[in-house]
Design a protein around this ligand. Structure first.
Ligand SMILES: C[S@@+](CC[C@H](N)C(=O)[O-])C[C@H]1O[C@@H](n2cnc3c(N)ncnc32)[C@H](O)[C@@H]1O
Length: 365
């Protein structure tokens, strides 16, 4: 509720925003989000509505809850937030950016989902009004989130290139895949080694809908997709074994997904079980948000997310994230911001911009 931490976050943000505007302009106007200058997008100045402030005539008290209301994030009292689209609002012209069709059957577009908001921050089109609104609000609280998303994908490219190149891996298991975008794991690996075999796993229903874009590999390579929750590692391993030879080394990709396993002991057990099932020579790549490395503002953004979007997320300390590599050899340069993990010469036009997302590649001895 706004009386809690988010309320004070809003007041501070608004004050900061107005102060900046009084001094010549709002910082929001400077944000180059997904390559677009969002001129005039400042919601504090342009009158976006917040809980308890303004009720629109069309906002009915008896608005039905979405099917998955266990974590619906819908405001109490039927007051609609900017990031809470009407169920059905995406049916005509409000669907994935640029589309005019409705959402696929079974997709709840009324509440922001992580895979779709991540897609939005990366400049993709597979997202809906509620995703874009929540994504914009997170951006207003934690402006570097777009840099985090881009740095995470750049890390994926470099880590997979290393594993398929120097480490000689030909098999990958990518859990928490996300919606297809540029340079998916199989594309990076197969550019170096066309025979690479890749299994993707995610639990978001829209990722399943778009999975065919991940299944484009031709012989000698192969790709497969498993709809599964990372908290069921044995089910993922069993399904992956249909495509991967688990007696040969595998590159395990856990990018931006352990942060959705809220209990650290459970997340550690998941990683340990996955690693246990893979032979020596396998590698594990991890990215994970942290409030260290300049990520302090993400605390408010995550509190907002956890009240208004799904699934709930948690940051971890660098020490906690490092704990996921127990028993593994962490490769150079160690546990760093993912932007600083073996950056390509000249990447981003100079020194890599540090982001509050840990990146690690480790090897099973
Ligand atoms: C931040 S995105 C990261 C996507 C991709 N790995 C990347 O780094 O660009 C997190 C992904 O994890 C998925 N995810 C969240 N919780 C999950 C769970 N419990 N099991 C499997 N996937 C999950 C989401 O659906 C989303 O696609």
């Amino acid at each position: 509720m706004w009386g809690g931490p988010r309320g004070s976050a809003h007041r501070r943000s608004r004050a900061a925003c107005e102060a900046t505007a009084g001094g010549g302009g709002c910082a929001d106007r400077e944000i180059d989000h997904a390559g677009k200058l969002r001129a005039g997008a400042c919601r504090f100045i342009t009158g976006w509505r917040y809980r308890g402030r303004v009720r629109e005539p069309d906002e009915r008290e008896d608005r039905p809850e979405p099917a998955d209301s266990a974590h619906s994030g819908r405001a109490a009292g039927g007051i609609k937030e900017p990031w809470q689209a009407d169920p059905g609002a995406d049916k005509v012209g409000g669907g994935p950016a640029g589309s005019r069709g409705g959402p696929p059957t079974g997709i709840d577009t009324s509440v922001a989902h992580n895979a779709r908001v991540w897609n939005y921050w990366l400049g993709g089109k597979d997202n809906y009004a509620a995703d874009r609104a929540a994504g914009d609000h997170v951006l207003s609280l934690f402006p570097s989130i777009v840099d985090v998303a881009r740095a995470d994908r750049a890390f994926l490219r470099r880590a997979v290139r290393y594993m398929a190149g120097e480490a000689g891996l030909r098999q990958f298991l990518d859990i928490g895949t996300g919606l297809p975008t540029a340079d998916n794991t199989h594309e990076v690996a197969q550019a170096l080694a066309p025979e690479s075999r890749v299994v993707y796993a995610d639990n978001d229903p829209l990722v399943l809908v778009h999975a065919r874009a991940l299944l484009t590999s031709r012989p000698p390579g192969a790709t497969d997709y498993v709809e599964a929750d990372i908290r069921e590692p044995d089910r993922i391993l069993e399904a992956a074994a249909a495509t991967l030879d688990l007696d040969r080394p595998v590159g395990l990709m856990l990018l931006g997904v352990l942060n959705f396993v809220l209990d650290t002991a459970e997340a550690s057990r998941v990683v340990a079980r996955l690693v246990e099932a893979l032979p020596p020579g396998s590698h594990v790549a991890i990215t994970h948000p942290t409030l260290d490395m300049g990520g302090e503002a993400n605390a408010e953004a995550m509190a907002f997310w956890n009240e208004n979007a799904t699934p709930p997320i948690t940051p971890r300390t660098v020490a906690e994230i490092t704990g996921f590599t127990n028993g593994l050899e962490v490769l150079e340069p160690g546990v760093v911001s993912c932007a600083e993990w073996r950056p390509d010469p000249g990447e981003l036009g100079g020194a890599p911009q540090r982001v509050a997302q840990v990146g690690i590649v480790a090897r099973k001895p």
